[in-house]
Design a protein around this ligand. Structure first.
Ligand code: NAD
Length: 364
């Protein structure tokens, strides 16, 4: 007999719901999309028609549909009250990143998750990428030896998400590129170093934030166009952290860099050599790498190319892996690869970097 379908509700009918989560849910046989809620009712109705489900007009109405799980796809500052509310009803949550916009909020989500029968998966979708998984297995196999430095960079040429929208308003976003792309890159650092299981502490942190004047009135990229609000947040951030192991982490994230195209680089220098991944995360059409490239240069030796799983040439493959994993977590068959604690660790480090920048290096 086929297993009962997992009932999923969508909270927030915007870009990521339409572009990634809903198309994936629609193709899954063991899932039913029970409804969509958005504070903007018209958006909920539009996506409900497109993805053959119903729009609901309140959280209460969503609860009446008795979802097994919800996917929270709303502006960053709304994640905490929404996560807490659904977890209190023992409904599992896949929450888009960043988990929260403050340390206190992240702690509140952790407490709610601990008290809930539902699971929480933080949407660190890049953990599910084939190239990242390969890099992680090289580290687990001890290819680099003890890590000395880890560099995590994600630079975009023209990647401000809808200038003037909530993304660039501090109260709703929590901050700029450090929250947006930085959450992913900090999570990569913590994940690759196994920081949670190894109880690695951050002992030093330093950060600078930058913003440049730009006429955004005709801005147009794959994320949308200019909206009516102002730009209150940084478009570029550079950070440095030192871990209790002695390893140093360097972060460089930018929505707006004077580069040929968009690039993600993860570079790990260890006692035995350097492992480097050059790739592209996200949906950008301005990437400079045609295919991801993973190399290892052994200490004193020649650089070698490491084989990567064949790319699926679909932007949704890591979202698909994340969604399949989430459904298995909801069914109790797996435990979250990125749980609330992983989400909170990244929120903490982002917060510490913002504090460092506010104290010493404000240069916006
Ligand atoms: N994993 C990734 O790489 C990735 C990519 C894009 C977006 N995101 C994350 O997804 C989230 C949403 O981003 P987006 O680009 O879809 O934004 P968006 O602005 O396109 O959509 C957000 C939607 O939420 C609705 N909304 C606002 N407050 C609400 C509330 N309290 N309850 C219900 N609906 C509410 C808005 O009306 C809007 O329709 C953000 O946290 C963002 O960081 C993650």
């Amino acid at each position: 007999m086929a297993a009962k379908k997992v009932n999923i509700g969508i909270i927030g009918a915007g870009w990521i719901a339409k572009r990634a989560h809903l198309p994936l849910l629609l193709e899954m046989d063991d899932v039913a999309i029970c409804g969509i809620y958005d504070t903007d009712g018209d958006r909920a109705i539009e996506l409900a028609e497109l993805f053959r489900t119903k729009a609901v007009s309140s959280i209460g109405d969503m609860l009446e549909l008795t979802p097994d799980a919800v996917i929270i796809c709303t502006p960053n500052a709304t994640h905490t009250p929404l996560c807490v509310q659904f977890l209190k009803h023992n409904i599992s949550v896949l929450c888009e990143k960043p988990l929260a916009t403050s340390v206190q909020d992240a702690q509140q989500i952790c407490r709610a998750a601990a008290a809930s029968n539902g699971v929480l998966l933080t949407g660190f979708v890049n953990r599910y990428r084939g190239d990242v998984q390969r890099m992680k297995s090289c580290l687990l196999e001890g290819v680099t030896g003890a890590v000395q430095t880890i560099e995590a960079g994600w630079t975009r040429r023209m990647g401000v998400p809808r200038p003037g929208s909530w993304f660039t308003q501090k109260e709703l976003s929590g901050g700029g590129v450090l929250h947006d792309l930085g959450s992913h890159m900090i999570d990569m650092m913590l994940y690759l170093l196994d920081a949670k299981s190894a109880s690695l502490q951050v002992t030093e942190r330093l950060c600078s934030l930058y913003r440049r004047n730009f006429d955004y009135s005709t801005y147009n990229n794959w994320l949308g166009t200019h909206e009516s609000g102002g730009i209150e947040v940084e478009d570029s951030a550079r950070g440095m952290v030192v871990f209790s192991s002695g390893a140093t982490g360097l972060i460089h994230v930018s929505w707006s860099e004077d580069v040929e195209g968009d690039l993600v680089e993860l570079k790990i220098r260890g006692a035995k050599g350097t492992l480097q991944l050059q790739t592209l995360f996200g949906f950008s059409n301005l990437g400079i790498m045609k295919e991801p490239r993973l190399t290892f240069m052994p200490l004193g030796g020649e650089q070698i190319e490491l084989e990567l799983p064949a790319p699926e040439h679909t932007e949704l493959s890591e979202y698909r892996s994340q969604m399949n994993h989430f459904i298995r977590c909801v069914r109790g068959e797996e435990t979250p690869l990125a749980d609330e604690m992983d989400g909170a660790l990244t929120v903490n480090l982002v917060d510490e970097l913002y504090k460092s920048a506010a104290r010493d290096h404000v240069a916006v």
